[in-house]
Write a protein of this length. Structure first.
Length: 411
């Protein structure tokens, strides 16, 4: 990497500093590079490591050609949902469910950025980001032995390592939050371990993405298998749980071993790749920053609290920021509408307080609605009529008290 040389008392100055080159930082960089009015701005991108690995698989639904369509390595037009006594296949049109490998995303954007003389890189652990001068509207990013000043700083540095926290209280502690705040706004981890498995013989229907198979140990919470076939012999199979505490790695493995053995009648397979992660499902704010520091990605509340999906929200957030920079108007990073935040809060309340099993909630929603309506609802693009349809999938005795609780909490 082309490390910037830090001159004492004279940090280098940039139009934009992107602190954190992961999903959000690199998405923002992509949209800036493709903006005719912003592409020649001076940009510093900082990350603790540019030696990227395939640490995550991004899946999302889309009803148009995606920005990163060239990176999509598989897509499906049929999904299936499975629970006790319930098996349903749903066509997703006009949406497709798509998959991008993290490493392809990182490599593609970094390759393009490295060819641009106005984009600079600093590999370092960021220690602090602070507003330097409100009058001059700039902020300073500091790392060991160096610093840089930006007219705008976009940070996606979570104040915790997602994989290193085991419980809601550890999360609260790391954010220095009071437990009472956790009580006000529920918090769950969406934690998972996935394997790319390769069988010797064809076992998968490559046309169908198994989005949720609840026929696995529920861990006194909500748990399901996610099975995405890449071809008839290879699939990503992931055990996902929504709960307060993450599991020991061996626990995910046990369930995956049992599931694969049962599902494929003991057929042998090799594991070609593994991924493990935890995504916070909450409406607790991780950070409040003062302009010209702006939070993006997971730090910038792009994760949808009721599902853990973030990739498409990050794209929208970064597109919005670039449009605002182009127009020279104040930066607004909020991405979730108040109405959909309310539904997220209600669903999270039901899950967190075990008012209804997650398996039952998702079974009912997918039993009574088209996949496209559910995808629109989960993308925050549904109409009020569609929202009512989705909410009516749940018994009033569950939905109404939860909605009232959420409204009272907000009052
Ligand atoms: C394993 C996994 C799978 C996921 N799959 C999906 C999915 O299928 N669909 C979906 O919609 N969402 C998914 N998500 C959720 C979400 O899309 C990702 O978490 C996404 O990567 C969030 O982007 P981000 O930029 O906020 O964080 P990250 O991508 O984690 O980027 C943060 C960057 O900051 C850097 N950094 C952190 N601290 C410092 C520091 N102090 N100094 C310097 N650099 C630092 C890190 O190295 C990293 O590069 C997944 C998340 C995980 C963890």
């Amino acid at each position: 990497m082309n490390n910037e040389i830090y001159k004492k008392n004279q940090p280098a100055s940039y139009d934009y500093i992107i602190a954190g080159a992961g999903g959000a930082g690199l998405s923002l960089l992509h949209y800036i590079m493709h903006s005719s009015s912003l592409c020649s701005k001076s940009i510093l991108v900082i990350d603790k490591s540019f030696n990227k690995t395939n640490d995550r698989t991004w899946c999302f639904w889309d009803n148009e050609i995606s920005t990163f369509e060239n990176l999509v390595n598989n897509s499906w037009n049929t999904i299936s949902i499975h629970a006790k006594g319930f098996d349903k296949e749903l066509f997703t049109a006009p949406f497709s469910y798509k998959m991008i490998q993290g490493i392809d995303f990182y490599n593609s954007i970094l390759k393009e950025a490295k060819s641009r003389p106005n984009i600079h890189f600093q590999e370092a652990i960021i220690l602090d980001i602070k507003v330097l001068d409100t009058a001059f509207k700039n902020a300073q990013v500091e790392w060991e032995g160096g610093a840089a000043v930006g007219n705008y700083v976009f940070s996606s540095l979570l104040p915790f390592q997602m994989n290193q926290l085991t419980s809601a209280s550890a999360f609260s502690k790391s954010l220095q939050l009071e437990n009472s705040l956790i009580n006000k706004a529920p918090f769950l981890w969406q934690h998972f371990k996935g394997r790319v498995v390769q069988f010797d013989t064809p076992v998968f229907n490559k046309a169908i993405a198994k989005l949720m198979d609840f026929n696995v140990p529920q861990q006194e919470a909500t748990a399901f298998i996610y099975q995405l076939p890449l071809n008839e012999k290879v699939a990503l199979v992931e055990y996902t749980i929504f709960s307060e505490n993450v599991l020991a790695t061996t626990e995910y493995d046990k369930v995956l071993d049992t599931y694969l053995a049962k599902e494929f009648s003991g057929a042998t397979y090799t594991i070609t790749h593994e991924e493990i992660g935890a995504i916070p499902m909450t409406q607790i704010e991780f950070a409040t920053m003062q302009a010209p520091i702006y939070t993006i990605g997971a730090l910038g509340a792009a994760i949808k609290a009721s599902t853990g999906y973030a990739f498409q929200f990050i794209q929208q957030q970064c597109k919005n920021i670039v449009a605002q920079l182009e127009k020279g108007i104040p930066i607004q990073t909020n991405i979730h509408t108040t109405r959909h935040q309310f539904y997220d809060a209600v669903l999270l309340h039901i899950l967190f307080n075990h008012k209804m099993e997650g398996a039952e909630i998702f079974k009912r929603i997918f039993a009574k609605n088209k996949a496209a309506t559910v995808f629109k609802f989960l993308s925050n693009t549904s109409t009020i009529l569609e929202d009512i349809k989705i909410m009516r999938s749940l018994p009033t005795s569950i939905f109404l008290p939860a909605a009232i609780k959420v409204l009272l909490r907000r009052a």
